[in-house]
Ligand binder design. Sequence first.
Ligand SMILES: Cc1cc2nc3c(=O)[nH]c(=O)nc-3n(C[C@H](O)[C@H](O)[C@H](O)COP(=O)(O)O)c2cc1C
Length: 215
Amino acid sequence: MEKDLGNYRKIYQKSELLEQTISDNPMELFQKWFFEAEQSENGLENNAMTVATIGADGFPKSRVVLLKKYTWEGFIFYTNYNSEKGKAIAENPNVCASFFWQDMERQVIIKGVSEKIASNLSDGYFESRPDGSKLGAWASEQSSVVPSRAFLDERLHSFEEKFEGKEITRPEHWGGYIIKPKSIEFWQGRPNRMHDRIRFTLQEDYNWKVERLAP
Ligand SMILES: Cc1cc2nc3c(=O)[nH]c(=O)nc-3n(C[C@H](O)[C@H](O)[C@H](O)COP(=O)(O)O)c2cc1C
């Protein structure tokens, strides 16, 4: 099979990213960009981010998860702690998370260290989820090999019965991670492939070093 995509070409010209317009803290720029992505009302999941981990096999693996909160400290997402990513993070907490906001012609790349959030915070978010999602967290041993679709449906059904009329508590193996950034790179597409790239790197004194990178 062969398909040549060589003539796929887009001119990026919607915006620019200049040093004079940014503050000292990258979380402020993240907030501005996230807000602008939301404002564009594109109907897309602007909080979808690709998180890459390093597995015990030495390979990186990336997958999409949903950003559920960001604070000055970092970026929070929820998952199964026993999943492939959970096991990878337990071995090596260094991760890379990235966003591609296509209609803004923007990319953000975060390198950071992930850690489990406090269990009461995971409880709080779990409680806010619809019952179906709560039961799914019980039913799915995420990333394990399963014999069939029917197996999954039966497992879901068995947890529906187990929790019928009862409060659906958070399983221990399900909760949040916070990615605490060490560096955040902002990419704004520009014409002629002369894109703007600004990287913030956390220093030992907790200030951020700001550098422009060649596109
Ligand atoms: C749009 C989208 C959102 C997703 N959100 C999450 C999420 O918030 N948490 C999660 O565990 N998996 C989420 N997934 C599924 C993951 O991409 C992945 O399949 C799952 O977490 C298992 O990954 P792992 O086996 O590498 O651990 C999402 C997938 C997509 C496409």
